[in-house]
Ligand binder design. Structure first.
Ligand code: KG4
Ligand code: ZN
Length: 353
């Protein structure tokens, strides 16, 4: 039996090694992804198997289908990541896996797979928080980026504004009171008849639209850096239903652009209020929604005006991927964090306990 002491010893044996190569596996939602990253920054391989086609038929992720597809894909993406890097498992120093937050069955397949790999190869296994993974995508995309910085994490399940004080050290400044930004995009997209995943499709449709077409309410919030998207979503839904009841054809592109603009304004306003309040010099974006073009452009313009450095993940590293897990795993490994073989999936794992 491999004990936590064995794992710790195995990690200690490689901790000082450079380059340190981490094989990361991500399976928290509907992407099975594996990657090998050197010293937390240099990508040696990056394989993503997307299940989008499997779920599109149902208009959203079906957890049972996701788990089964991960079981099928885990081995294959790992093999491919090793092949692409021109390596065998022997050349890998540390294994890293997403253990939460996410869908429990989906997480469990990845966690079980990596526990098996760790047991048979005797390589240390590092547990990674998916949200920390998203933050870490910035270390790969901007090689000279070092904490401290502010990070706006905007994904399908999370909207957090955090102060990254050091590697793995966070202070929560604000979060959503209801829906996550990506969830809001997906719900609005559905109203416009767009399929899953709606965010990128709504964004594409919005390119042709007038963002001033529909005025949407700004939420009133107690927390200075908090977010709320449910009022926006209800107002949007009501406006669409009213038009439909009157027999009007929905100006879909204008509606999409107006919704997108309202979400982007809220994200940008809170992020730059936090920049001002904390005196931060660097702001990073992270998560699936950080792939949104309007968000990236508006953030870039505001950052220039305020003299703030803005870092954004490359588009491929905004949505779920294995690279971000391998990078986060590297920094956790440096801190000596290993998982026992009793490691479990934690669907509601918090970034800041
Ligand atoms: O980070 P991610 O891949 O998964 C989670 O951890 O949740 O984020 C997925 C979310 C989905 O809600 C998707 O609609 C949204 O990110 N998204 C976008 C764009 N690309 C992905 N939302 C708006 N514009 C985009 N271009
Ligand atoms: Zn994600």
């Amino acid at each position: 039996m491999q004990t936590i002491q064995d794992m710790t010893a195995a990690l200690k044996a490689v901790q000082q090694k450079r380059p340190l190569r981490v094989l990361g596996l991500e399976s928290s939602c509907d992407e099975t992804a594996a990657a090998i990253v050197e010293d937390g920054r240099k990508v040696l391989s990056d394989v993503i198997f997307s299940q989008v086609d499997l779920h599109a038929l149902y208009g959203g992720v079906v957890p049972e289908i996701a788990s089964r597809a991960h079981v099928d894909a885990c081995d294959r993406v790992i093999d491919q990541a090793l092949t692409d890097a021109g390596m065998t498992l022997r050349d890998v120093d540390v294994l890293a896996v997403t253990c939460g937050p996410g869908l429990v069955g989906a997480l469990l397949t990845g966690v079980s797979c990596m526990k098996g790999l760790s047991y048979t190869s005797r390589k240390p296994l590092v547990p990674v928080n998916h949200i920390e993974g998203h933050v870490s995508a910035n270390y790969v995309s901007t090689p000279d980026l070092e904490p401290p910085f502010l990070c706006l994490v905007v994904s399908g399940g999370h909207t957090h504004l955090v102060q990254v004080k050091d590697y793995g050290e966070y202070e929560l400044l604000g979060q959503t009171r209801d829906d996550a930004a990506g969830e809001a995009f997906d719900k609005a997209a559905r109203v416009l008849g767009l399929n899953y995943p709606g965010g990128p499709l709504l964004s594409k449709l919005a390119e042709e639209g007038d963002p001033e077409y529909l005025k949407l309410p700004k939420p009133k919030l107690d927390g200075e850096f908090d977010f709320s998207f449910s009022g926006l979503k209800t107002a949007f839904l009501n406006a669409c239903h009213k038009m439909e009841q009157k027999g009007e054809t929905l100006p879909r592109a204008d509606l999409a652009a107006s919704f997108e603009q309202a979400v982007v304004n809220q994200l940008c306003d809170a992020a730059f209020r936090a920049v001002k309040a904390t005196g931060a010099k660097t702001l990073c974006l992270a998560g699936g929604v950080s792939a949104n073009r309007r968000l990236r452009e508006q953030m870039a313009q505001m950052a220039i005006r305020r003299g703030v450095r803005l870092c954004m993940p490359k588009l491929r590293y905004c949505t779920d991927n294995g690279v971000m897990i391998a990078s986060a795993g590297y920094y956790r490994a440096l801190k000596g964090e290993v998982a026992p073989l009793s490691l479990n999936a934690v669907p509601d794992l918090k970034l800041i306990p």
